[in-house]
Unconditional design. Structure first.
Length: 265
C-alpha cells in the first residue's frame, strides 16, 4: 500500500494547528516556538519579498499623486518586522501607521532583515531606471534603521506609529484619514463574517481619491506544509467537514476566492 506523504503532511499540519489552538496556554507555546523559528527565518529577504515590495511600491507610485510627508499610509497586518511598511518607507517620505492584532515583533531579526534589504537595494542600478533619487532616500532610511536600538526608537526616527487592536476593528480611525491603505497576504486571514465590515471601513477611512492596495493569498495555506498538494485542496471539503477537521484559530484563512473578493470590494 503506497502512502501519500503529501496528504499525510497536510493532515498532520491541520491536526497540530488544531491542538495548538485549544486554549491560551497552547497558543502561547505555539507563539514561543514560532518566534524561536521566526528569529532565524525572518532575518533575511527572500526574492519573493523583494518582488512583492517593489510590486507594492509601483502600485503606489503609479496611482498616488503628490505623495509627501503629510500623506498617511495604513498597513494592515505588519507581522514580525513590519517588512512591507518599512520597505515602502525606504522610498516614500510619509506618515506610516502599522496596524496589527498580535504583537509578534522580533527586533534582532528586523535589524538583520533590513540590513539584507539595503544590500539588495544597493545592487540595483537606479540610474538606468531614471530613479536615482530613490537610492539616496533608501540610504537615509537604512542609516536610521542601523542606528536604532529598539522598535520605539525606530518609529520615532521614521515617523511611524504602531497600533495593536486585538479584535482587528478599524472603527477608531477617522473618516477620510488615509491616502493609502495596503496589505500583503493579510485579508485572507480575516474571518469571512467580518470581511464585509472591514472593507467598508477601509473605504470609510480613505480620503476621496485614496487607494486601497492588497495582495491576497487565495490558496490553501495548509498546502504550504505539503507543497505537492493542489493549492485549491480546501475546496474539496464542505463547510461542516472543513470546520470539524481543518479550521484552526492560529493560522486561520477564510477560503474566499478572487471573484468573491471583487464583489466585496
Amino acid at each position: 500500500m503506497k502512502i501519500n506523504l503529501s496528504y499525510f503532511r497536510y493532515i498532520a499540519a491541520a491536526f497540530l494547528l488544531k491542538i495548538f489552538s485549544i486554549n491560551t496556554f497552547t497558543k502561547k507555546i505555539y507563539r514561543i516556538i514560532g518566534n524561536y523559528i521566526g528569529n532565524k527565518t525572518h532575518s533575511f529577504v527572500k526574492d519573493t519579498d523583494f518582488e512583492r515590495g517593489f510590486w507594492l511600491y509601483n502600485a503606489v507610485s503609479n496611482n498616488v499623486i503628490n505623495c509627501n510627508e503629510k500623506s498617511k499610509f495604513l498597513e494592515l497586518g505588519t507581522g514580525w518586522n513590519h517588512f512591507y511598511g518599512i520597505f515602502l518607507r525606504h522610498f516614500i517620505n510619509a506618515k506610516f501607521i502599522l496596524f496589527d492584532i498580535q504583537d509578534n515583533r522580533q527586533w534582532l531579526a528586523t535589524k538583520k532583515r533590513f540590513n539584507d534589504l539595503y544590500r539588495k537595494i544597493s545592487n540595483i542600478n537606479f540610474v538606468s531606471l531614471d530613479k536615482e533619487e530613490l537610492k539616496f532616500t533608501a540610504g537615509t532610511v537604512a542609516n536610521k534603521i542601523e542606528k536604532a536600538n529598539s522598535f520605539n526608537k525606530l518609529y520615532s526616527m521614521l515617523d511611524i506609529e504602531y497600533i495593536l487592536e486585538p479584535n482587528g476593528n478599524l472603527v477608531n480611525f477617522s473618516d477620510s484619514e488615509f491616502d493609502v491603505v495596503f496589505s500583503v497576504d493579510v485579508l485572507e486571514h480575516i474571518n469571512s463574517h467580518n470581511l464585509s465590515d472591514t472593507i467598508k471601513n477601509i473605504y470609510r477611512i480613505l480620503k476621496p481619491g485614496g487607494f486601497s492596495i492588497h495582495q491576497i493569498g487565495i490558496d490553501d495555506h495548509l498546502t504550504h506544509y505539503a507543497t505537492k498538494m493542489s493549492p485549491k485542496q480546501y475546496l474539496s471539503y464542505s463547510d461542516k467537514i472543513w470546520k470539524l477537521l481543518f479550521h484552526n484559530e492560529l493560522q486561520y484563512f477564510n477560503r474566499k476566492q478572487a471573484s468573491e473578493y471583487l464583489l466585496l470590494f
